[in-house]
Design a protein around this ligand. Structure first.
Ligand SMILES: [Fe+2]
Ligand SMILES: [Fe+2]
Length: 383
């Protein structure tokens, strides 16, 4: 039997797919970067001769593409849609001037780290202080000095390259962490599955039973508005509901006829044993499994076991599992009884709403009736 072949795990698969796509995108991005290798340098100055001069100097830097703007508003719009590697902006310009441009540019999404050089006169010290406050990284002094320009521009581009490498590395690292986490979760699911299988060897209930009741439980949870995470959790944890039966003697567990009252008292211990096997784990699946194992025989009116919990004092997941488990047990053949017909089982579940079962869970179960029938067909005994 392939348990996970039948288990729905859209979250895990999507995360793995997303991770793979991210890796591919990073690789494409890196190869694209290598192919282009051109830094985009935005130069903004309302004087054409300055633009020509700086454009010429930028080309001397190598691997740089100058993008010249004589109107700062147009430059800002271009920057809103693109990511330059360096901005060189004049201070003295028609609005927005260099300071206003810097302020607007830094307010754009994702532009806080792009290096920005402002061109000012040396005696504009107040302007320089203000520019630093607004996010300028360095200054070029008017009139432009070739050596100073090339040196400062190179420094800024080195900074930009480091930023990009760091960002790519962080993205790669995050992807690796996601992959490792997925692997751990997959191992955890496998351990849960193997634990449930170990119990199957001693339990007359079949593997198909735990698959059906787990999927019924997920549908009830979904219909009751539980999150995707909780739906997946109940799907993983419900199969462990009877794991405590490993602690019950064969003479009772495998008895073909009805249990005596004394034997039934011993049988009841499987709830506490199951809880004790699973409790204390850091794994959310095992924690949930422990709560379900302990409370899946509690009844809504307080007449269940082991603690006679009533109503909402019974953990929600256990109330859901109770409906799914009993319905499937009724409609399955057991050593001590034939399988009940659907009509009879449906009547018992409906009658049990408010006494044995949480009425909300019963309603959710029947709202998903089409799905329940599909699950019954999908997971059949003896497969
Ligand atoms: Fe049980
Ligand atoms: Fe069961």
């Amino acid at each position: 039997m392939c348990y996970f072949g039948g288990m729905e795990d859209p979250v895990g698969h999507l995360a793995a797919l997303h991770c793979l796509l991210s890796s591919v995108l990073i690789c494409l991005k890196l190869s694209g970067d290598r192919a282009e290798k051109m830094h985009k340098i935005v130069i903004i100055d309302d004087t054409q001769i300055n633009l020509t001069l700086m454009s010429h100097l930028v080309q001397k830097l190598g691997d740089c593409e100058p993008l010249c703007f004589s109107e700062s508003a147009k430059a800002l719009e271009w920057c809103r849609l693109n990511d330059p590697d360096l901005i060189i902006v004049d201070y003295m310009m028609p609005a927005p001037d260099g300071l206003e441009f810097t302020q607007h540019f830094r307010a754009l999404s994702g532009k806080t780290d792009i290096p920005l050089l402002m061109v000012t006169a040396n005696d504009h010290i107040e302007v320089r202080y203000r520019a630093l406050e607004l996010g300028a990284n360095d200054f070029l002094t008017k009139p432009i000095d070739k050596t100073e320009f090339l040196s400062r521009a190179r420094n800024m581009l080195a900074l930009r390259s480091s930023q990009k490498k760091l960002a790519n590395h962080a993205e790669w690292l995050a992807c690796e962490v996601r992959k490792a986490t997925e692997e751990i979760l997959a191992r955890e699911r496998e351990i849960v599955f193997r634990l449930s299988r170990a119990a199957e060897y001693r339990d007359p209930e079949t593997g198909a039973h735990i698959l059906r009741m787990a999927h019924y439980s997920k549908h009830i949870a979904q219909n009751m508005g539980l999150s995707q995470l909780d739906q997946d959790l109940i799907l993983e944890a419900a199969p462990m509901h009877d794991i405590g039966k490993v602690g019950i003697a064969d003479g009772i567990l495998l008895k073909p006829g009805r249990l005596t009252p004394e034997e039934f008292e011993i049988m009841k211990h499987h709830a506490q044993i199951g809880h004790d096997i699973l409790a204390g784990s850091a794994s959310p699946s095992l924690q949930t499994g422990a709560a379900i194992a302990l409370a899946h025989h509690e009844k809504f009116d307080g007449t269940g076991y082991p603690h006679g919990l009533r109503g909402e004092d019974i953990p929600f997941f256990a109330r859901i599992v109770a409906v799914a488990d009993v319905f499937d047990a009724l409609t399955s053949e057991r050593p001590y009884k034939p399988a009940w017909g659907l009509e009879r089982a449906v009547a018992l579940i409906r009658d049990g709403a408010g006494s044995h079962f949480d009425p909300g869970c019963v309603e959710a179960f029947f709202t998903r009736w089409e799905n329940i029938l599909e699950i019954r067909t999908r997971f059949q005994d003896g497969e």
